[in-house]
Design a binder for this molecule. Structure first.
Ligand code: SAH
Ligand code: MG
Length: 227
């Protein structure tokens, strides 16, 4: 086991130093999170770069994130937006939200990012009721027990052909003792969802591997994929 952990660290290092080198602003964001006592549960740099790539691939102009923490993943995502793009990030904890706000401003993306404080489910319901314009990409990365509820909202808030991502969906789903983790229920829900085509990409981080579940919302009128 320890050998393969070592190997995974080497793989992560290789990918990160080649494709996901942090600039001063991302480094400062992590330093600020640490200084403010936030947990180090942000995405890794290599996963941040993957989020950035997926946002570019989907031509995202409007992104929704659920779970801001200190704004680290939001910076990777916001950097994929065009100048008139917008990212809304939902955060329960006021202190986390304040740190995110500061980091996003310092990183120069503050003008295109809105941090909404409150329980994500309530914010999502309010967005539905307000007729919020559809999002091109939604990144779910908050409390795992809320994932299935967030998915139901995300499917209505994302455009056809848009992307829904969910973080931390592999070890929790596979290695969980009681067998009923939020991640496992989430993966089962996207796999069974008639409006979605989905898969999981393993992602590497310092502490080993995890998974990112990727779903795309079908465009109405196209044939169901035969996979
Ligand atoms: N996306 C961040 C990490 C998010 S960590 C990154 O990679 O940089 C998960 C965040 O979800 C924490 O900040 C936590 O406070 C927040 N959270 C937990 N429960 C929540 C809820 N019900 N609604 C909104 N945010 C929640
Ligand atoms: Mg995460």
């Amino acid at each position: 086991m320890s050998t393969s952990d070592k190997e995974m660290q080497r793989y992560n290092h290789y990918i990160s130093q080649l494709f996901a080198v942090e600039d001063d602003l991302l480094e400062a964001t992590r330093a600020m999170m640490q200084q403010e006592g936030l947990p180090s549960i942000n995405v890794s740099a290599s996963e941040g770069q993957l989020l950035h790539l997926l946002a570019l691939m989907s031509g995202a102009r409007r992104i929704l994130e659920i779970g801001a923490l200190g704004g680290y993943s939001a910076i990777w995502l916001a950097r994929a937006l065009p100048a008139d793009g917008k990212l809304i990030t939902l955060e329960l904890d006021e202190h986390h939200a304040a740190v995110a706000r500061r980091n996003l401003d310092a990183a120069g993306v503050g003008a295109m990012v809105e941090v909404r404080v409150g329980p994500a489910l309530a914010s999502l319901t309010a967005m539905q009721q307000a007729g919020e314009a559809p999002f091109d990409l939604i990144f779910i990365d908050a409390d795992k027990d809320g994932y299935v509820d967030y998915l139901q909202k995300a499917v209505t808030l994302v455009r056809e052909g848009g992307v829904i991502l969910a973080d931390n969906t592999l070890p929790d789903a596979v290695l969980d003792e009681n067998g009923d983790s939020g991640a496992k229920r989430y993966n089962a829900a996207v796999a069974a969802h008639p409006a979605l085509v989905s898969g999981i990409v393993p992602v590497l981080r310092q502490e080993g591997m995890d998974g990112l579940t990727i779903s795309i919302k079908r465009t109405r009128g196209t044939a169901r994929a035969s996979v």
